[in-house]
Design a protein around this ligand. Sequence first.
Ligand code: ADP
Length: 159
Amino acid sequence: MKVAVYPGSFDPITKGHLDIIKRGARIFDKVIVAVLINIDKKHLFSIDERVELIKRVTCHIENVEVVSFDGLLVNFLKEREISVILKGIRTVFDFEYELQMATVNKELNSEIETICMMADPQYSHISSSNVKQVAQFGGNIEKFVPNEILKDILDKIKA
Ligand code: ADP
């Protein structure tokens, strides 16, 4: 069974993330969306909320699992006996970052392969941070995030 882990912060999940998950689920037998528990970073949504939002927008895709993880990604992969990391590339900045991360992970465990998928041009400008910024200033984020979680983001920003 070919399994890939798609790691990230997903604070919150965007249409760009969802597109990578859907396309990944067509290529791999299973995609595990792994939400990083990062206590240093200030998040809009808690880890449990982020996991719940991703589950809600991916519940119709049979071969997708959503989990949270702590610590090094390579350790999480080892525990689960998985060797593929799935990533999305929007810009050359993503490329530079992902190339570095892939090299570090390979150094930590030579079995690991990082597979990068090019962002769909209609979503390549979307990031969780610009979603939050636009929403904070009252802009329309409908084009950026799945409909099912729109209200959660607006309510959270207001709170
Ligand atoms: P962000 O950079 O928005 O905080 P994450 O850390 O949650 O996002 O990103 C997880 C992965 O998803 C990374 O590989 C990132 O490059 C990719 N990604 C993020 N946004 C998009 C998008 N709009 N289209 C394709 N891939 C994306």
